[in-house]
Design a protein around this ligand. Sequence first.
Ligand code: GLN
Length: 274
Amino acid sequence: MLDVRSALTEASRRLDSRVDAEVLLAYALSKPRSWLIAHATDALSTEHMSAYALLIEQREAGEPVAYITGRRGFWSLDLEVTPDTLIPRPETELLVELALERVPMDGACNVLDLGTGSGAIALAIARERPNAAIVATDVNAETLAVAQRNARRHHFGNVSFVHGDWFAPLSDRRFDVIVSNPPYIESADPHLEQGDLRFEPMGALASGADGLDDIRRIIRGAHLHLVPGGWLLFEHGWNQGDAVRALLGGAGFVELSTARDLEQRDRVSLGRML
Ligand code: GLN
């Protein structure tokens, strides 16, 4: 019979990742990851061993850990994720930080999150700004249902959900701040066929030959949905900063800037509509 420590050693070798091995064992045992350290010499039951073996096989076949466990942490939230949602990335927290600088703590503020996926961005803003009213959209009804479950689980009453393509379901509603993590990968990018990306919804990743099709639509539509002085902020690829600032400028946005993520790569651009 294997104990926790040797099961982890073996799985870490097979998966070439200690973190993945720990997350999956904790999931198989329905324990927090921290439990594993204090119970390194506990024996694993046959049932737990075979459950763990199955999870390791799924991971070896390439399936992302977040889809196997159905969870991913983002900001201070534990979120449900499914193959209908993009897996939230740590670098997207930069978009949340920049948005929060533009959403006052007190007083009303209307925020729109376009293409919310698991709801990560909308719910992180909702957590930090209980007085803001946040609308989150998604083109995919199954995806929106995941975001709604995440909102319910965390008891957020200040987020509402709308089903539809970018601005289409919003008629003439206007917002103080619009945020989005749209698809922005070039459709021929070979990375789409590699690693975790293979399992994620293509519609949340790829956006035309230069990756900017959806960003162009968002920029074009935003002026009809921002109040005067309102901000548009969105995530993009590391090599798209110049192009998106040019698009923002061309559409009449001012106070343009691009912020870099922790790896010093262009990641979020923003501008203001006067
Ligand atoms: N940041 C993601 C990646 O490069 C892409 C997410 C997106 O297109 N919004 O893996």
